[in-house]
Design a protein around this ligand. Structure first.
Ligand SMILES: C[S@@+](CC[C@H](N)C(=O)[O-])C[C@H]1O[C@@H](n2cnc3c(N)ncnc32)[C@H](O)[C@@H]1O
Length: 260
């Protein structure tokens, strides 16, 4: 029988990392130990392409399982009428959101992708949850695409937006500017793949990931948009491809002079 190896790690164990030029050692059971282990698992998981080996109700979904659980919690809490996701790929994330909406008993998922490959489109429209999904083919940052997305949203709808398409800083920042206005108050703009900033150094990384990633877009967006705040609750499991990416839209505050 093949078993997973158990490493003896009693209280007081120290986690050591050496990378040739530097080394560090932290208490395994401290907060820093948890953060270091999670961060390293993100890097090692990305190197092993762990997020490409996940499926939801038969369709590949390119997410860490911990993020899938967090998003399930978020959708159940928000009970949205409309979920918008840029970046469809194989359709797994659309099917996932649609399955939660099906249990909630309402809502539709709008999936946007610059290229929906015929075999993926076919599998999505043939899926038992297809009645909750609307596909739009086009660049997420084009005016025509945004107009099509907006046409699927009715006044008073509760809207959550997930951005998971092109992960360059410039593209993500444009998406954030274009899609943040359609997010409902007390709902979320979720920006995926900020971890690209951290995995830019793994052996199989693309050199362009370093310095050009969604995390940089999140930082510049938050510096100019005080109505959104980063909510760390949804990344508390540590292993996430979306660090700092769950942005809550605040209710506008009432000026103190208008308070009764
Ligand atoms: C990371 S995958 C999406 C993964 C999917 N959300 C999931 O969780 O399974 C990124 C997708 O973004 C799409 N994409 C790239 N550039 C885009 C753009 N400008 N507009 C819309 N989609 C784009 C790609 O075609 C690809 O299918």
């Amino acid at each position: 029988m093949k078993t997973i190896k158990n490493y003896h790690a009693p209280a007081g164990s120290v986690l050591c990392l050496e990378n040739g030029s530097a080394s560090c050692a932290v208490d395994l059971y401290s907060q820093e130990g948890f953060e270091m282990l999670s961060n390293l698992l993100i890097k090692v998981g990305a190197e092993r392409r762990a997020m490409y080996d996940v499926s939801w109700l038969g369709r590949p979904i390119i997410q860490f399982p911990t993020d899938i659980v967090a998003i399930q919690e978020l959708l159940w809490k928000i009970q949205p009428d409309v979920v918008v996701e840029t970046g469809v790929a194989h359709g797994g994330s659309l099917i996932f959101a649609a399955s939660i909406l099906e249990l909630i008993g309402k809502g539709r998922v709008i999936g946007v992708d610059i290229e929906i490959r015929p075999h993926n489109r076919q599998a999505i429209v043939a899926h038992p949850l297809a009645h909750r999904i609307h596909l739009i083919e086009g660049s997420s940052i084009s005016r025509e695409t945004l107009a099509q997305v907006r046409s699927q949203i009715q006044s008073g709808n509760r809207v959550v937006v997930f951005l998971d398409s092109n992960h360059t800083e410039e593209h993500v920042r444009k998406e954030m500017d274009l899609y943040s206005p359609i997010v409902s108050e007390d709902s979320y703009l979720v920006v995926h793949d900020g971890a690209q900033a951290w995995v830019g150094e793994i052996p199989s990384a693309k050199p362009e990931w370093l310095g050009n990633h969604p995390l940089a877009a999140i930082e510049s967006f938050l510096a100019h948009n005080s109505e959104f705040t980063q909510d760390p609750h949804w990344t508390r499991f540590g292993i996430t491809s979306s660090p700092c990416g769950f942005l809550k839209k605040q209710k506008p505050s009432t000026p103190s002079s208008f308070r009764p």
